[in-house]
Design a protein around this ligand. Structure first.
Ligand code: 0O2
Length: 213
């Protein structure tokens, strides 16, 4: 048992390293926008290493042999970047494409092509080099970029999914579909008054700066 725990710790070590490093780097983008008093396309960033139980679960579900996890499971290391507006997602993807500290291996647009569940998000899979005492190790990392509304829906759906193991009662399934539609409409409405919102936010942050001085 102890050997097994040690084995997982060793395996997940570089993934933890990658998530911690990328959290600092991606949060750093926000700081740069703030320092220049510019609208930041990123609202906040989170990151996690997939729990062992979820890795095993997904490997069984997708028929991935455990000795192929590194190559075939793309989201053991995961980052999420939340945006206020749908258009910000494009800007964030552009920022990621310009970076030289990782290589993009795949992009999945679940915004133009939402999933049957109602899930919307933009996924970018990158190959990120981690420096280890044995040399450089390339790690696959999935970066999910979504609006606050998309994130709200996905978070709720994810917990319900856990409760019902993916087999939703019909009523819940329908409500989730309607909630996904409502989140989509919320994003649309917010996009239409984006200018107004940003003006208000700029006034608010200027007031805060003068107060803090
Ligand atoms: P967790 O708990 O978030 O780590 P698959 O798992 O087969 O759908 P695949 O090929 O791994 O897909 O790639 P995909 O769909 O690009 O990325 C999977 C991840 O996207 C999921 O991770 C979720 O985080 C998110 N996701 C995809 N579809 C849905 C959905 O319908 N609802 C919600 N809430 N999230 C979704 P995991 O492995 O599910 O788990």
């Amino acid at each position: 048992m102890l050997a097994m725990v040690k084995h997982w710790d060793l395996f997940l070590g570089p993934y933890k390293q990658a998530v911690e490093e990328l959290k600092v780097k991606l949060k750093g983008i926000r700081t740069q926008y703030e320092m220049k008093s510019m609208h930041c396309p990123i609202e906040f960033v989170t990151g996690r290493v997939k729990p062992i139980a979820s890795i095993l679960d997904k490997a069984t579900r997708k028929g991935i042999p455990l000795d192929r996890l590194e190559e075939e499971m793309q989201d053991i290391a995961g980052l999420r970047m939340m945006c206020q507006f749908v258009d910000d997602i494009k800007s964030v993807v552009e920022l990621l494409r310009q970076r030289t500290d990782f290589e993009i291996v795949e992009e999945r647009n679940y915004i133009s092509q939402k999933k049957d569940s109602g899930y919307r998000s933009y996924h970018v899979v990158v190959r990120y080099p981690v420096q280890t005492i044995e040399g450089e190790k390339n790690i696959l990392v999935e970066i999910q970029i979504r609006t606050l509304a998309m994130n709200f829906w996905a978070t709720i759906e994810h917990s319900l999914n856990y409760k019902y193991s993916g087999k939703f009662p019909e009523e819940i399934r329908e409500r989730l579909q309607r909630a996904a539609e409502a989140a989509y409409l919320l994003d649309e409405e917010m996009s239409k008054i984006r200018g107004e919102i940003q003006e208000a936010q700029a006034i608010f942050s200027r007031k805060k700066e003068t107060k803090d001085e």
